[in-house]
Design a protein around this ligand. Structure first.
Ligand code: NAD
Length: 363
């Protein structure tokens, strides 16, 4: 029997509540497919500050490096907001991303038909949307040098940031994106601004070069301004979008909002040597923590992503997604996605109903 070690970091606020439901689903999926998940749990963020004085201990970092995948809830909250930036809960995420070398951020945006009216866009625009943005996470404008603000002799100031990418950096994110497209509908849109920015001209060239290894994936290129427009005009045209750090930051938030519900959106960050971290895109929601009303679906769908991208368990992943869809079709809703005529339930009940549904799906 295959065995994978998963480091579970519930974190703060609603983190422990949503994680409880997600780990139930992970264990059940493993059992169905004869895979053992050895779950090790540790404190991160504010919980770690309270226990150890730092948001991420060296020991937990080592556990992350030694595990096959990391599943994270969320960190942060008002209790730790007055701390110095260097020891805030969010520092744990930055350190984990850096040490695990997480260079590819995958953010799916799927509109579930029972929730189609939660979007701020018209039903006919968002119906059927099922796309994923692959964002380069460790390069580009956010990390390039030179950077900074300098004072000029005439008393004015000059700010500089540098958009820099090397061929290997573009190649590795392109490969991730092509691999993701292969596991989906085999269409990849590479987004750049090659008509203005030389760096993204190189981006376009390298992505095109990599495409020769993926003849089964259909590659197209789009300028970022057009992509921003297409995402609200006709988002159903996209399957996988790959883009550099800054463009990806903006486009992935735009894409996420097509679905209209933050409690539904998972994410994956993939790194060197098959390292990976999975987490919902939302934060620790301190306003609703401890009341059993949080939506656990984003974290449960993060488990589905883990099975697909870390363990190649496509079937198990699809079963979880299907179970979520059926539960929504049956009208069950946590308060964040509740609409009149549906059935309002809490976090743990949502987890249990998805679990029942998962167990009812035929293998
Ligand atoms: P948030 O995502 O925590 O909450 C925004 C709103 O969405 C709140 O009204 C919240 O109740 C609601 N919400 C979020 N997740 C939900 C869920 N699963 N079910 C139901 N409702 C949900 O963002 P925020 O309020 O800006 O930040 C709160 C804290 O979380 C801050 O300390 C922030 O730094 C931290 N944060 C952490 C992460 C992370 O861990 N990756 C990401 C974003 C924010």
């Amino acid at each position: 029997m295959k065995c994978f070690r998963i480091l579970v970091l519930p974190g703060d606020g609603i983190g422990p509540e949503i994680m409880r439901e997600a780990t139930k689903i992970l264990l059940a999926a493993g059992k169905r497919h004869c895979v053992e998940f050895d779950i090790v749990e540790a404190a991160v963020g504010g919980a770690s500050i309270d226990e150890h004085g730092v948001p991420l201990t060296d020991e937990v970092l080592r556990m992350a490096l030694d595990s096959d995948a990391v599943l994270l809830g969320a960190v942060g909250g008002p209790k730790w907001e007055s701390l110095d930036y260097g020891v805030r809960p969010e520092r744990a995420l930055l350190r984990l991303r850096k040490e695990l070398g997480l260079f590819a951020n995958l953010r799916p945006a799927k509109v579930y038909s029972p929730l189609v009216d939660s979007s701020t866009l018209k039903r006919e625009v968002v119906e059927g949307v099922d796309l994923i943005v692959v964002r380069e996470l460790t390069g580009g404008l956010y990390f390039g040098t030179p950077r900074g603000v300098e004072r000029l002799p005439d008393g004015t100031e000059r700010g500089v940031n540098t958009l820099v990418y090397t061929t290997p950096e573009i190649e590795r994110i392109a490969r991730v994106a092509f691999d993701v497209a292969r596991k989906r509908n085999k269409r990849l849109t590479s987004v750049d601004k090659a008509n203005v920015l030389e760096t993204t001209e190189l981006w376009r060239k390298v992505v095109t070069d990599v495409s020769q290894y993926y003849p089964d994936v259909e590659l197209s290129h789009m300028y970022v301004d057009n992509c921003a427009m297409q995402l609200v005009r006709d988002p159903a045209q996209f399957d996988v979008i790959v883009t550099e750090n800054t463009f990806g930051d903006i486009l992935s938030d735009e894409a996420a909002m097509l679905t209209g519900s933050i409690g539904m959106l998972p994410s994956a960050s993939l790194g060197r040597d098959s390292r990976a971290m999975y987490e919902p895109i939302h934060g620790s929601a301190p306003d609703i923590a401890g009341r059993d009303v949080a939506n656990p679906i984003a974290t449960i769908l993060s488990v589905a992503m883990m099975l697909k991208y870390s363990f190649d368990m496509q079937g198990a992943s699809a079963e979880i997604e299907k179970a979520v869809e059926v539960v929504l079709e049956k009208g069950y809703r946590t308060p964040d996605i509740y609409t009149k005529g549906t059935r309002r339930i809490g976090c743990s009940e949502m987890g249990n109903i998805i679990l029942d549904e998962l167990e009812a799906v035929a293998i």
